[in-house]
Design a protein around this ligand. Structure first.
Ligand code: HEM
Length: 399
């Protein structure tokens, strides 16, 4: 059995990774199933990744992440400690997830579709045409943050605050302690924001998500603290991830005019296209776990407490499962599901809702703008995420 120190080392700061992240991960994966990096053990093989994500011997990496960031004692750390991110497998985690899993199930998320359509139509109708536009500002940030506002019964004017705050709190994944003060400030602000939204929902209940959450708390499905933590968690997890995924979807599709045209003529192909974007260019390049006990996987001994990362980016470019992985194809069939949303008891609870959001953005954009010119599209890839750092485009509507 190999020890971690005998594993080959991956360098995420290398020029190769910075320039061609997915090709580089796929090249590593052809040579090694498991490697190591500065942050911990790196799983590269699709099967081991999927099995590790589901494996009960691995738990959440969040407590260690907060320790690494040096979050001071106070409201932000208390929120983190009590929120779902700190709970491993077991009753409390199951109890916390159940109401949200119900309220954001495939069926329940489908019920959001018409409102999501309305939000998307409203946002896109405001985007100027025949001129260079910053699509992150005009489309990618506002879409998920406006959907969040609709969920929590807030005015759409709150959307830019939600987007900004979500981007800040997601900086935890940079693992950079210099970011800690602004992260703490953003969490504290979200705590106050959540309290205000809950008070408003209690005073005037309606048929939105936050009122359903209040009803779940009233029925003792979870405590008032859990309720507030969920309102924050949904803001935290929602906007940043979704904005980057919407942006990379636009870039991947608009840079292939034949595909853009095909989706315009055949909107039924949009879910397949969105699925393929999430495979070829996922927002999540890895997801983290920590070994809860000494474990052996793929012939490697992993000691209790070791951070372990499922490299979703490597798994998605595994040619054994996705022949010619660098090719964007609407014809893939019988291949395993992408891992963009993780899996098992830690899986993304917003996966159905955000997939609908991306689909509706693509539907509206392809229908309204037969031609879209990408003026500037830039990415940066951390070990954890695909980030779209610049997206400027010129849109040409139907004449
Ligand atoms: C494209 C956008 C998104 C991506 C790529 C994404 C990805 C992920 C990933 C990889 C995880 C961890 C899964 C694991 O470790 O197995 C996660 C967790 C989570 N996501 Fe998402 N997510 C997105 C959007 C959303 C949205 C829109 C929401 C809510 C409205 C959401 C809510 C959550 C929650 C609550 C968790 C924590 C679940 C738990 O700890 O039990 N996400 N997400």
């Amino acid at each position: 059995m190999l020890s971690i120190s005998e594993l080959p080392e991956i360098d995420f700061s290398s020029e190769a990774y910075q320039k061609r992240p997915f090709q580089t991960l796929a090249e590593h994966a052809r040579k090694w199933r498991i490697a190591r990096s500065k942050r911990g053990v790196e799983i590269l093989d699709y099967d081991i990744c999927r099995n590790m994500i589901l494996d009960r011997r691995f738990g959440t990496g969040h407590p260690k992440l907060m320790h690494l960031l040096g979050l001071p004692e106070g409201r932000a750390l208390n929120y983190k400690r009590e929120s779902i991110s700190f709970y491993n497998r077991g009753d409390k985690r199951r109890k916390l997830r159940q109401p949200i899993a119900r309220l954001m199930s495939p069926h329940a998320s489908e019920a959001f579709r018409q409102d999501i359509k309305d939000v998307v139509a409203d946002i896109i109708s405001d985007i100027p045409t025949h001129t260079r536009v910053d699509l992150i500002e005009a489309l990618c940030d506002p879409t998920p943050s406006r959907v969040y506002c609709y969920w929590v019964g807030a005015d759409k004017g709150d959307a830019s605050y939600i987007a900004r705050t979500s981007h800040t709190v997601q900086q935890v994944h940079t693992r950079d302690p210099e970011k800690t003060p602004e992260i703490v400030e953003a969490f504290e602000s979200l705590l106050d924001y959540a309290d205000a939204r809950i008070a408003a929902a209690r005073e005037a209940p309606s048929d939105n998500l936050i009122s359903d959450l209040v009803r779940a708390a009233n029925n003792d499905e979870f405590t008032d603290d859990d309720l507030r933590n969920w309102v924050i968690k949904l803001a935290e997890a929602n906007t940043d991830n979704s904005s980057h995924q919407i942006a990379s979807t636009i870039i991947e599709l608009a840079s292939r005019p034949a595909i853009w045209q095909r989706l315009r003529e055949d909107p039924d192909a949009i879910p397949i296209a969105v699925n393929e974007v999430m495979r070829i260019h996922p927002r999540s390049i890895s997801t983290s776990r920590e070994a809860l006990e000494d474990v052996e996987i793929g012939g490697v001994h992993i000691a209790k407490g070791t951070p372990v990362f499922a490299n979703i980016g490597a798994a998605h470019w595994d040619e054994r499962y996705y022949p010619e992985p660098e090719k964007f194809s609407l014809e893939r069939a019988g291949q395993p599901a992408h891992l963009n949303f993780g899996g098992g008891v830690f899986s993304c609870l917003g996966r159905y809702a955000i997939t609908i959001e991306v689909e509706e953005v693509v539907r509206y954009m392809t229908q309204t703008f037969p031609r879209i010119r990408l003026d500037k599209a830039e990415f940066s890839h951390s070990p954890m995420f695909t980030n779209v750092t610049d997206l400027h485009a010129t849109l040409a509507p139907l004449s």
